[in-house]
Design a protein around this ligand. Structure first.
Ligand SMILES: O=C(O)c1cccc(C(=O)CC[C@H]2O[C@@H](n3cnc4c(=O)[nH]cnc43)[C@H](O)[C@@H]2O)c1
Length: 271
């Protein structure tokens, strides 16, 4: 049996981009407890607006996962995806590019001490990292690379391919990076904080506010999880006017267009 896929975003604009990219037509609307609504596409892919921040989205994702487990005809979801826009660390993730998570990291779940930051593991409880199965990221990056070479020539699809043109669907595919994505409860707004995070997580390519919450809920239900983010702004000194939300939403849509031809048609199932 092929399990459904659950894609969770923070806000409706992100869900609209994902849904448009899927190209599966108008979804059916399925009310869930807690005032949530699942957008069900062709009985295969569910898109959920889960709210901003790790706590809201963990509650929403947990509700959807429990609902499927208790009332669904397929037992459980086969895959959960945390999707949306994000801040990007330069040079790995310029505005308009996409980051596929190799790991989902709670970057502020721990304790400050006079000697520096301690993650929860170092405090003796909990976890701050979810590793994403390589078999899953391989399938995703293969699809994105194929999409890039289809439409944009040999350099597209590599992390250092540079800032793409505005990502209108059907034109240049966004370049991507495969790297850890950080989850923060507070958007980084200073160069000092950005440098702290980069020092602690030198391979991270993006920060957003939901991935770890989605991952905790997915892990509690034994479902694999990946985070896919389109970069709207650089991580650094706050400049909200510089956020390129339209460009990022276009890249998000294009990414799901590419995935819907492959990964989301033949869903990855853990062995
Ligand atoms: O105003 C709009 O039209 C609009 C459309 C789509 C999304 C938004 C958001 O504000 C989404 C908030 C969401 O974005 C993530 N995000 C984006 N950049 C960063 C960042 O630098 N650091 C942390 N998070 C970021 C985050 O996941 C928020 O949930 C507005």
């Amino acid at each position: 049996m092929v399990h459904r896929i659950l894609i969770v975003t923070a806000v409706a604009a992100e869900a609209d981009s994902v849904s448009a990219g899927l190209g599966l037509g108008d979804p059916g609307l399925l009310p869930l407890p807690g005032g949530l609504t699942l957008r069900r596409h062709r009985d295969r892919v569910d898109v959920l607006v889960g709210g901003v921040g790790p706590a809201a989205v963990a509650a929403a994702t947990g509700t959807a996962l429990a609902h499927e487990a208790l009332t669904g005809d397929r037992g459980r979801y086969g895959l959960v995806v945390s999707a949306g826009i994000a801040g990007g660390f330069l040079p790995a993730a310029p505005v308009g590019s996409v980051v596929v998570s190799s790991a989902i990291v709670a970057a502020d779940l721990g304790a400050e001490t006079p000697d520096g930051y301690l993650a929860v593991e170092e405090l003796g409880f909990g976890r701050s990292v979810h590793h994403v199965p390589e078999a899953l990221t391989d399938r995703i990056t293969t699809a994105l690379t194929a999409g890039s070479t289809d439409t944009a020539g040999p350099d597209a699809g590599t992390p250092d391919a540079g800032t793409p043109d505005t990502a209108a669907p059907g034109t240049t595919a966004p370049p991507y990076a495969l790297a850890p994505v950080l989850t923060v409860s507070t958007v980084t707004g200073t160069a000092r904080r950005a440098a702290e995070l980069a020092e602690r997580h030198p391979t991270a390519a993006a920060e957003a506010m939901e991935g770890f919450g989605v991952a905790e809920a997915a892990a509690a239900h034994g479902v694999p999880v990946v985070e896919i983010r389109a970069v709207s702004n650089a991580v650094g000194p706050r400049d909200r006017a510089a956020w390129r939300i339209g460009e990022a939403l276009g890249a998000l849509r294009h990414t799901f267009e590419l995935l819907s031809r492959t990964v989301l048609v033949e869903p990855w199932e853990p062995s």
